[in-house]
Design a binder for this molecule. Structure first.
Ligand code: SF4
Ligand code: SF4
Length: 165
């Protein structure tokens, strides 16, 4: 996995123009069965990919935290929400709460999440490859393929399945 992660940004950068073109075309005319295809591609990929051998999203990106995330996680940690914010979060340029530091402080050495059951919604949904109307998040996906080897593989498969329709 280390080698895959090391090579991923270069591979993603080489595919960037092709992926961008693909998503522009897809957005104009998304196939009717896109949600179904994405669900299948996502499930197939995550049967092969073990996130515990990777953890790259938690190490390099981190989620944004909604108010509901902050309330839920603080309660779990028995911290006042304001104290949780002061300890772990900052506000980014989009006015969202994000982690002060990466890797995520809740990630342990074996890539387990210390707050897994109450983790942010963005963590639960990453890399968003099984969400409905996948073509609407093309800009996020173009970035995620450089971070997440599973997202990279899913987009490669997707181009084979959906291209030319
Ligand atoms: S909260 Fe958990 S899943 Fe989310 S980035 Fe941190 S370690 Fe990863
Ligand atoms: S979601 Fe992607 S980046 Fe995150 S641990 Fe799994 S394979 Fe790695």
């Amino acid at each position: 996995m280390d080698k895959i992660l090391e090579e991923l940004p270069k591979k993603a950068s080489e595919k960037h123009a092709e992926n961008k073109k693909f998503f522009v075309k897809l957005k104009k005319k998304p196939p009717k069965n896109l949600d179904y295809v994405m669900q299948e591609l996502h499930e197939n990929e995550f049967e092969r990919t073990d996130c515990l051998k990777c953890g790259n999203c938690c190490k390099t990106t981190g989620p944004l935290f909604t108010r509901a995330d902050i309330e839920r996680i603080s309660k779990y940690l028995r911290l006042k929400p304001q104290l949780f914010i002061e300890k772990f979060l900052r506000i980014d340029e989009d006015r969202d709460y994000v982690l002060q530091e990466l890797p995520c402080p809740f990630l342990d050495n074996e890539n387990y999440c210390g707050i897994y059951d109450v983790r942010p919604k963005a963590c639960r949904e990453f890399p968003h490859t099984d969400r409905k109307k996948f073509h609407q998040i093309n800009n996020i996906t173009l970035k995620n393929v450089a971070i997440c080897p599973a997202a990279f593989n899913i987009v490669e498969e997707m181009k084979k399945r959906v291209a030319g329709k």
